[in-house]
Each structure stands twice: as structure tokens, then as C-alpha cells.
Write a protein that binds this ligand. Structure first.
Ligand code: B12
Length: 214
């Protein structure tokens, strides 16, 4: 089967909220030689984003979104296991990352963590709903080069601004770079709160990291 067809099938399994089918598609696409990164970003992620639009329009409700998310997580797990691990030894920099306080969205952040590791960064993932002080504490503990925060809601986005303030207060802001991401972040937002950059996708983020750390 062509990549295009696999991508469409992957997205559809998420829209169908069908975890068994999502797992099967992830497994069979790999067997068929498809690129796991393509499958995640243009297949399954496209499906979950479409679910978000349907949720927004009141055509899908929270239980459906939760089942679809579980299907997405299961498929991504299978695909991530197939990513090359060789470059992990490079250690291009130390990154502390997490989803800000009050926000439990972690699918995209999880994908970002995997991609950063695959590209040779040492990543300390704090998880989701992370108190601001935990970012600061961890950054100090591991001597982080970069702190990344994910926020998916307008109500939790403020956590990224609080993080900038907390880092200044702790005297760490001059020593670490900061990157923001998540569905509500933009270049404008990053600039406004004083973050070093906004990362839209893993490719965009890795590109910007390389530039900023050199
Ligand atoms: C899946 C999902 C859920 C799942 C989350 C499961 C999980 N474990 O993550 C569940 C069902 C639990 C959920 C719950 C809720 N959700 Co929700 N959810 C979504 C949905 C549909 C998709 C998010 C997603 O996974 N996208 C796919 C990934 C691959 O993309 P991504 O997250 O954007 O990540 C990419 C980039 O942003 C970037 N990135 C991500 N993090 C980072 C970090 C850094 C540092 C960098 C550089 C880059 C980066 O890289 C990623 C990979 O490409 C979005 C809709 C949308 N369009 O985003 C709504 C959405 C985010 N949810 C929303 C809402 C309102 C909620 C709830 C409040 C619903 C409710 N009424 O209870 C709760 C929140 C509870 C809470 N306290 O957090 C709203 C937020 C609205 C807003 N603007 O404020 C959205 C936008 C839906 C909508 N249109 O209304 N949700």
C-alpha cells in the first residue's frame, strides 16, 4: 500500500476511536516499510487534530476524545519503538521539558521528547501538570541547557510566562535557553513572554535548537 493510504487509514482509526485498529495499522505500516515519523505526524496526529475540531464544534464529546487519545498513544508507542536509537549517544545538550501546571495534555510533548532523544539530546521529561518550581529545580539539578514547556490551553498558557519569571528570580535565566510549544503557543507569544523561541513541530524545534545552542 502507498504511504498516502496508510496515512489516511491511520487518521481514520483515530476518528473511529478504534484502538485495536490503530495498533494494527501502526504495526502493519511498519512491516510495509513506512516511515514511523511520517505515520505519527501526518497520519495519527492528523486524526487527533480532526477530533479536536469535531470536539470544538460539539460533534464529538469528551469520552470520545479520551478514547481517541488512548488509541493515538497506543499507535505512537508502537511507532516510536521503531525509531533509530543510534544518535542518542551524541548528547547535543541537556533539556528539561514538561507540560505546565493545570494542563494534562501530553501526547504532543511526548512525541517531542522522543524526537529530541532520537536526535541526540539528553531529555529529562517531567511529565504533565508540572508545577513551575519543579522545572526550576530540575534545571538546576541537571544543569540544563534548555527548558521546554508545553501548554495546550489558553487557561494554562500563563504557566509559560510564570516559568520565565521564576527562572529570572532563581538567577537561572541567563544560563538556560527557553522554548515554548503546544497548540496555543506562537512566535508572538514566545517574544511577548521573553522565551527564546517557539517550536511548532519537532523538525522546526530541532532546527532552532541547533542554531541557538551553537
Ligand atoms: C487529545 C486531546 C485531549 C486529551 C489529552 C490526552 C493526552 N494524554 O494528552 C483529553 C481527552 C484528555 C483532553 C482533555 C481536555 N481538553 Co483537550 N484536546 C486534545 C486535542 C484534540 C489534541 C491534542 C493533541 O494531542 N494533538 C496532537 C499532538 C501531536 O499535537 P500537539 O499537542 O500540538 O503537539 C505538537 C506541537 O504542538 C509541538 N509541541 C507540543 N508540546 C511542545 C513543547 C515544546 C517545548 C515544544 C517546543 C513543542 C511542543 O510538538 C508536538 C508534535 O508535533 C486538542 C485539539 C488540538 N487541535 O490541539 C484538544 C484541546 C487542546 N483540548 C481542549 C480542552 C478544552 C480540553 C479539556 C478542558 C476538555 C474538558 N472540557 O474537560 C480537557 C483538559 C483537561 C486539563 N486540565 O488539561 C481545547 C483547548 C482550548 C483552548 N484553546 O484553551 C482543545 C484545543 C480542543 C478544542 N478545540 O476545544 N484533550
Amino acid at each position: 500500500m502507498e504511504l498516502k493510504e496508510w496515512l489516511a487509514k491511520a487518521a481514520q482509526s483515530i476518528l473511529d476511536q478504534d484502538e485495536a485498529s490503530a495498533r494494527e495499522i501502526a504495526t502493519k505500516a511498519l512491516e510495509d516499510g513506512m516511515d514511523p515519523v511520517e505515520m505519527i505526524h501526518h497520519g495519527f496526529a492528523a486524526g487527533i487534530r480532526k477530533m479536536g475540531d469535531l470536539f470544538d464544534r460539539g460533534e464529538v464529546f469528551l469520552p470520545g476524545l479520551i478514547i481517541a487519545s488512548d488509541a493515538m498513544v497506543a499507535a505512537v508507542e508502537i511507532l516510536e519503538a521503531a525509531l533509530p536509537r543510534g544518535q542518542q549517544q551524541k548528547n547535543l545538550g541537556v533539556i528539561v521539558i514538561g507540560t505546565v501546571e493545570g494542563d494534562i495534555h501530553d501526547i504532543g510533548k511526548g512525541i517531542m521528547v522522543t524526537m529530541l532523544r532520537v536526535h541526540g539530546y539528553e531529555v529529562h521529561d517531567l511529565g504533565r501538570d508540572v508545577p513551575i518550581e519543579d522545572f526550576v529545580k530540575k534545571a538546576r539539578e541537571v544543569n540544563a541547557d534548555v527548558i521546554g514547556s508545553s501548554a495546550m490551553m489558553t487557561t494554562t498558557q500563563i504557566g509559560q510566562k510564570k516559568l520565565e519569571e521564576a527562572l529570572k528570580k532563581a538567577g537561572l535565566r541567563d544560563r538556560v535557553k527557553t522554548m515554548v510549544g503546544g497548540a496555543v503557543a506562537t512566535d508572538h507569544w514566545a517574544k511577548r513572554i521573553g522565551a527564546d523561541f517557539f517550536g511548532e513541530t519537532p523538525a522546526d524545534t530541532i532546527d532552532k535548537l541547533q542554531r541557538i545552542l551553537n
